[in-house]
Write a new protein. Sequence first.
Length: 286
Amino acid sequence: MKTLPTLSPLLVEAAVRAALTEDLGRAGDVTTQATIPLTARAKAVIAAREAGVVAGLPLAREAFRRMDGSIAFDTCVEDGAKVAPGAVIARVNGPARGVLSAERVALNYLGRLSGVATLTAHFAAKIAHTKARVCDTRKTTPGLRAFEKYAVRCGGGANHRFGLDDAVLIKDNHIAVAGGIAPALRAAKAFVGHLTKIEIEVDTLAQLREVLNEGADAVLLDNMSLADLRKSVETIAGRMTAEASGGVTLETIAAIAETGVDLISVGALTHSARVLDLGLDVVVGA
């Protein structure tokens, strides 16, 4: 089982509270209030309707807990688990009104994050025979970045920086405004502390050689041909982390990994993942 990070309970609570507030509106769940007796109880299962990798269980649990603290949410698998169609992911038991009112928020988080984890697992499987790791980008859903990056980890991927504040990533526009690679790198080194890593983007071998002369922690090899990627890895010779990026797909990632790069960043992990089909069904007569 892969080692996963722990989602901050403060982030989980705040996100779920906002999602429930959005869904319940000013009057609450009028459908459930109108049709379900206050004393009614319900047992339900959350199950996969297709194969995938599960992610988001802490958010689903919080949705039911926040709706009604007496609802029991018992997981049958852990985040990061691969499930087959029909597999039961969790069992829910408690006051029916709370179960039904929290259902959509819980499934929205589970489906979205499981979709990210599942797509990441497909990419990771393509390069399992190499040393390279697939990683995410900042192309995330506003407000969901921490959770989507968590889902990438659940799927076997790695995390790039979480935001603009935790690492320096000098891209082509920074280089253009700063006046070139050397001035940009020198300014970055003079500005940041010793624990802040610096990465810089290049798209030619000439730019890479300039980066090697100046020094950096990592280099982003953007939209390079396979031949140039191989030459870049040979030129870097282990002196810094080599990351490939630019339009990477499931069809191209294996060949990119085989050039010897250390990381391959894929924006699609978060911006193009399809929601995994999951459902909550009440167990009638239970």
